[in-house]
Design a protein around this ligand. Sequence first.
Ligand code: SAM
Length: 360
Amino acid sequence: MAGNRTLNKAKAAKQDEFYTQLTDIEKEMRHYKDFFNGKVVFCNCDDPFESNFFKYFAINFNSLSLKKLIATCYATSPIVYTKLNLFGTETVASTEETEKKPYKIEITEVTDENQDGRTDLADVEYLLRNRKNALTLLEGDGDFRSDECIELLKQSDIVVTNPPFSLFREYVAQLINYDKKFIIIGTINAIHYKEIFPLIKDNKLWIGYCNGAKTYEVASNYSGKISFEKNGTRYVKMGNTFWYTNVDIEKRHENLVLYKSYEPDEYIKYDNYDAIHIDKIASIPHDYYGDMGVPDGFLEQYNPEQFEIIGLGNGDLAKEIGITKNYRGRTDLAYTKDGKQKCPYSRIIVRRKVVENHED
Ligand SMILES: C[S@@+](CC[C@H](N)C(=O)[O-])C[C@H]1O[C@@H](n2cnc3c(N)ncnc32)[C@H](O)[C@@H]1O
């Protein structure tokens, strides 16, 4: 059994090895530009020579007016030291010394190092090659939970990365524990985790702008299913990722436009909880102030001034809000339609907030 667990862990770790494309990072980050002004950004699951997160912040260091950029890599990453595609050439990371250990990069300015009249990635490369203090070895393996990485976390204002999905719960717990801002990628399933959903409900974590990313690059020893290969690089498509953040974004204050009116005959009530079933977001009535079971996608448009999240409609967390056992003996929402009992696909229970003088 212990052997199985180790094997499963190793398998999960391998499945964590996929890399975010620059365009996906750019698409999300453009919504946070003002926030980055004067901030220390930490990419703590990011081999600086591979990660497009590091690349994005290095290229945009001046335009975002960053105070500092820190990136650390993890020892067991299969791409560490093997694939230095950030600068397209062999760089300091391949020196004998750095090959022994993972390292960190700390940048406090990007100037026109090579004096070609502009500041760009070539200057970052120059800086890393020539300024000894920009790149230093880590004592340990670069685990985000290690003391030295936690010290770097404490110095940071915001963490931006795509962390290992297999450690997502622990990863988020640490960020919350140290009271850090973050913009990170995780699977859509994470909203149902018993450690994550309460954070969403309590407005300590929410969904960012874009739908995570669709296509990720994978390492050559990736053991999962590959979607396609292009110019020798292998990619996987994942439709099920979200950006998760706790940065106050404009989207979070935009009301969901509701145009349907509540008609009792049109909305089914659940058999085991006092709420109406909402088949799709567009069906949420503008004039119903009781509980409603909405699809998970609701969270992408959730404005806490307009709605309150009551709980989850499935599993153990559903029990907490009083959803009783259904015809299958489980605490999942169920309704009866045309004499047949049915459990809807995953639902979140929400309620409209009553705003004085609200415009219906
Ligand atoms: C999903 S990949 C994403 C890599 C990179 N952030 C990106 O988006 O391209 C997650 C990364 O976290 C690294 N990692 C795994 N376990 C880690 C740990 N305990 N501490 C820090 N990094 C870890 C993996 O090696 C892997 O490179």
